[in-house]
Structures are given as C-alpha cells and as structure tokens.
Design a protein around this ligand. Structure first.
Ligand code: CO
Length: 285
C-alpha cells in the first residue's frame, strides 16, 4: 500500500527541486516509490510505507535532507496546523472577495463531476486548479463505479439530474495501491469484493495484459484500462443515457494522473462511440 507524508521545511527549501531524490530508509523496497513534490515551501515525500516524525530523525532521510538543506528543520504537518492553515485560507479568500463565503453558501452550480481514487496524493481540486463550487467530487479506492454501490450511484444521479453537470470525469492514477492489490494473489479480507471489480477488468482485458512482459508497464496499463471500464460503467447508467438524449450532456471522460510528474493524461475516450457500443446491451432509454 502506498502512503504519503507531508513535511515542511523551515529554511532553504529553494535548494531542493522535484528532480532531487531522497533515500527514505535503509530498506531498498521503500526507495522505489519515492517522489518529491514541492509547492509553496511544502515538501511532500511519497514512499511505499508510512513515515512518522521518528523516521525522519532516526533514518537516513534526515542526513540526506540536511545535505540538501543545511540546518533546516523537518516537521510533520500537525493537527493544530490544519486549523491555522484553514484560517489563513479563509483570510486569503476574503482578501480577494469579501463576500466569497456568502456567495458560496447560497448554492453550488458545478459543471464537473469528478470520480477519483481516495489516494491522498491525487487531490482533485488542487491538480485541476478548481475553486470551491466548481467540481462535485466522489472518491473511493481504485476510482470504481459499481452498479450496486448506492454511494457512487447516488452521486452520479444527483450530479446528472439535479446539478446537471456537463462533464463526468473518471480519474485514475499510476502507482494506484488499489490496482496493485488487485494484481496480488492474496486474500485481502474485507477488500476482496471491492478489488474484485479491478480483477474483473483484468479478466476482460487479459489477452492484452498478458502480452505485456514488463510488470510495471502491465500495472500502468491496468490502471488505464480500469479508468476506461469505470467510465463505461458511468455511461451504462440510466441517468447518463437519458440526460444525454435530452440535453446532449453529460460527456464522460477518462483521465490518468501521472503521479511522478503530476500531469493529467486524457485517455481520449470517444464518449458517443462508447455510448453506441454499450447500448446494444445496456440501453436504458
Ligand atoms: Co489509487
């Protein structure tokens, strides 16, 4: 499973760039998933294991960080800091528009429904540069759209019929822990029925996936195919099919976030072609 740890440098952040790499621990397995993201003097370190403050002080990370940053102090984001950040965010919004929250409280009128993974590194609004009120968001492990999941089905129905969103995006990401788990031949307990949906995607596309020799490339491809199949699951809903006939919306898209670069990749799903393709069997209008 993948975890991320957010840490703040008090000084010399400018000496680090996203091209720098850090060794996180002596365990070589943990170094394979490392990526750095630096934004507003906040350094985010991605590893395949959770890091705690004690890790920073006791592991090789501390020495590597000090080599880059000279006397800087590494601190974890604390519970209290979240509320300080929130107060700063409120002040910043009000500085640009004194009535910002008054307007926000009145209604929401988003054009986008975003269905993505719960992974803490794939932040919907942040990576889209979207403001409050612009995106209706649903996230779960593996960005799955399961027809008997009342949660995601309620979200889709409300977004389509009440909010009348123009676009529905299913967004996956490389290095997805959920997809990785579905590639593992092991009993995952309570996660089994959920991950089964990803295993089903593998079975649907097993010829293509078995033809890929490189396990990393096979993993990446399964991430893409999972997005594609979940986007098709969105198109299978009565709400989407009916609304599209009446209004020409919503259009369904599939994206992958490349976690190593932060870039969003549009999988260029041909919505109308997919809609026609599924209606032989799934027509609900
Ligand atoms: Co994920």
């Amino acid at each position: 499973r993948l975890h991320s740890t957010q840490a703040t440098f008090t000084t010399h952040i400018s000496q680090l760039t996203s091209h720098d790499s850090l060794l996180t621990t002596d365990n070589s397995r943990l170094t394979t998933h490392k990526t750095l993201t630096i934004h507003n003097s906040q350094l985010t370190i991605h590893t395949s294991a959770p890091l705690s403050t004690s890790n920073f002080h006791n592991s090789r990370l501390t020495s590597h960080v000090s080599r880059f940053t000279h006397n800087s102090q590494l601190t974890m984001i604390t519970y209290e800091k979240i509320f300080e950040n929130n107060a700063a965010w409120v002040a910043e919004k009000q500085a640009t528009d004194v009535n910002f929250f008054e307007k926000l409280a009145k209604e929401q009128n988003p054009d986008y429904l975003y269905i993505g993974c719960s992974d803490s590194r794939v932040t919907a609004e942040d990576m889209m540069g979207a403001a409050p009120g612009e995106v209706f968001v649903h996230r779960n492990i593996g960005n799955l759209v399961v027809s008997i999941d009342l949660n995601v089905m309620s979200v889709i129905n409300y977004a389509v019929k009440v909010l009348e969103v123009k676009h529905i995006i299913v967004c996956g990401h490389y290095n997805c822990g959920g997809v990785k788990a579905a590639l593992t031949q092991q009993d995952m307990g309570i996660l089994n029925p959920w991950l089964r949906n990803i295993r089903d995607v593998f079975r649907l596309h097993k010829e293509e996936l078995h033809a890929i020799q490189d396990p990393k490339k096979q993993f990446d491809r399964l991430v893409e195919l999972n997005v594609r199949e979940q986007a098709i699951n969105v198109i299978k809903t009565a709400a989407v099919q009916q609304q599209f006939i009446h209004t020409g919306y919503p259009i369904v898209h599939g994206w992958v976030m490349d976690i190593k670069s932060g870039r969003l990749i549009d999988l260029q799903i041909d919505f109308e072609k997919e809609l026609k393709g599924i209606q032989e069997i799934y027509r609900l209008v």
